[in-house]
Design a protein around this ligand. Structure first.
Ligand code: SF4
Ligand code: SF4
Length: 150
């Protein structure tokens, strides 16, 4: 049987909230904060290095910093606690509550056509749910927990 911790890291659609860039306790946020801390005032040095070194990458530092700032500022508690910030048309969150299931594969209507996802995500959600059904949620979680989501 899977734990509440595992459930909170996986959405009912099967996608990994725990590995989402927006997840407030996720690795991407954690490492972005750490990287930001270690970079300190690198803005000034990026400017200097772009002049001193023959390396055009330093000119892109402001865009990189914008992305890093974004990664450090997003704060999603995960799909079990709040609406998804990425997939605005998701119907699964409300639907699984109505159907009183933790995951779509536990629903009598699975696989349905009412996830609200685009084709790519819809297929991915079905594939993940089939896998969880086959090997169990806990085993699935253990398989993916060291892998990146993206
Ligand atoms: S609910 Fe959506 S935005 Fe939030 S952590 Fe999960 S996948 Fe990411
Ligand atoms: S109806 Fe579809 S979206 Fe809703 S819980 Fe069942 S399988 Fe998931």
């Amino acid at each position: 049987m899977y734990t509440e911790t595992i459930k909170n890291k996986l959405g009912p659609c099967g996608l990994s909230c725990g590995k989402c860039f927006a997840f407030k306790d996720g690795e991407i946020k954690k490492h972005s904060l750490e990287l930001k801390k270690h970079l300190g005032n690198f803005d000034i040095y990026a400017q200097r290095f772009s002049e001193l070194l023959d390396e055009p990458s330093f000119k892109n530092y402001p865009a990189f910093k914008d992305m890093l700032n974004y990664f450090t500022s997003v704060e999603c508690k995960g799909c079990r606690k709040e609406s998804c910030k990425l997939f605005k048309n998701c119907k699964v969150r409300e639907c699984h509550q109505e159907k009183q299931v933790d995951f779509c594969f536990q629903c009598a209507e699975f696989p349905c056509q009412q996830t609200g996802f685009d084709e790519h995500l819809h297929k991915r959600s079905i594939a993940i749910n089939l896998k969880m059904k086959e090997i169990g949620v806990e085993n699935y979680y253990n398989e993916i927990k060291q892998l990146p989501r993206y």
